[in-house]
Design a protein around this ligand. Structure first.
Ligand code: AMP
Ligand code: MG
Length: 264
């Protein structure tokens, strides 16, 4: 499974990772069936997590516009009990958020015991869009890689499982998906004119992603670079990675001794 996992210290050249690749699945139809099973398994695992109320799970989703962050949330979380899961979308920081350090708003949204939090964008924007648009001086964003590693380590040392996914699409796939958003009246609401300006900065974003993934894929909070041109493959890999990680925790329902209580 660790095929898409980035080991610490690995050099990343995104142009060498094919967004169309599907190395963990032979057939679309089989992977789709397998995904359904994984979603069921995830439902059970979430129930256990919730019952244990000890560990916390943080899933970070990053990727360019149209890379499928929302679609992944819809698929992977479809079986979850809404009481135990929270999806948080990070947008442009408010003046109040900007008046604090960049991790302030992020820390406030981290999962509590028994909870799964899914970040649709995250603190990584602070070394991506912030870098590409030079929103802070270089020295300041460079210092953030280490700060992010330290922050995530602190979360992990406090019983959080951190999984980070970069949904890797090609520039051509983005062109198609943006055009679809424009052409389809039911998708037009997702389109923002700014998306076209960001698209022009594709190369800069790839460089920023390469550095971010390289510098923050750690033993405690690994990155997974998921080929995401095929939606079925993206869903399969993310569901499988989360399920396998939670499975490996060997969670069990709390043992509660009630003696011989009888309900009259
Ligand atoms: P969307 O995910 O399409 O709703 O767009 C959210 C926008 O907020 C994206 O353009 C992000 O780059 C932007 N954004 C998120 N976090 C930050 C941040 N820390 N600083 C600046 N822009 C951000
Ligand atoms: Mg957008």
């Amino acid at each position: 499974m660790n095929k898409h996992r980035i080991d610490p210290g690995t050099k990343i050249d995104l142009s060498e990772i094919d967004p169309d690749d599907t190395p963990l699945a032979d057939k679309k139809s089989e992977a789709k069936k397998e995904s359904e099973k994984l979603v069921d398994r995830l439902r059970e695992l979430q129930e256990l997590l919730f019952a244990e109320r000890r560990r916390k799970v943080l899933v970070v989703l990053q990727g360019m516009d149209t890379s499928g962050k929302d679609g992944t949330v819809r698929h992977v979380m479809s079986g979850f009990n809404p009481a135990g899961v929270r999806v948080v979308s990070f947008r442009k920081p408010s003046p109040d958020e900007l008046a604090h350090d960049y991790l302030w708003r992020v820390h406030a949204q981290t999962p509590s015991a028994g909870e799964v939090a899914v970040f649709n964008r995250s603190h990584y924007e602070d070394v991506l869009v912030v870098r590409v648009h030079e929103l802070v001086p270089e020295k300041q964003w460079r210092e953030r890689y280490q700060q992010i590693n330290d922050f995530e380590r602190m979360l992990v040392e406090n019983d959080t499982i951190v999984l980070k996914f970069f949904l890797h699409i090609s520039a051509d796939e983005q062109r198609k998906r943006l055009q679809e958003r424009i052409d389809d009246p039911t998708k037009r609401w997702k389109f923002q004119h700014g998306d076209l300006d960001e698209r022009k900065l594709w190369k800069d974003y790839m460089k920023a992603y390469e550095d971010a993934i390289e510098k923050t894929s750690t033993a405690w909070a690994p990155w997974y670079v998921v080929p995401a041109n095929a939606k079925w493959y993206r869903n399969y890999v993310v569901a499988r990675t989360i399920a396998e990680t939670l499975d490996s925790l060997d969670m069990s329902y709390p043992k509660i001794d009630l003696g011989d209580v009888k309900v009259e």
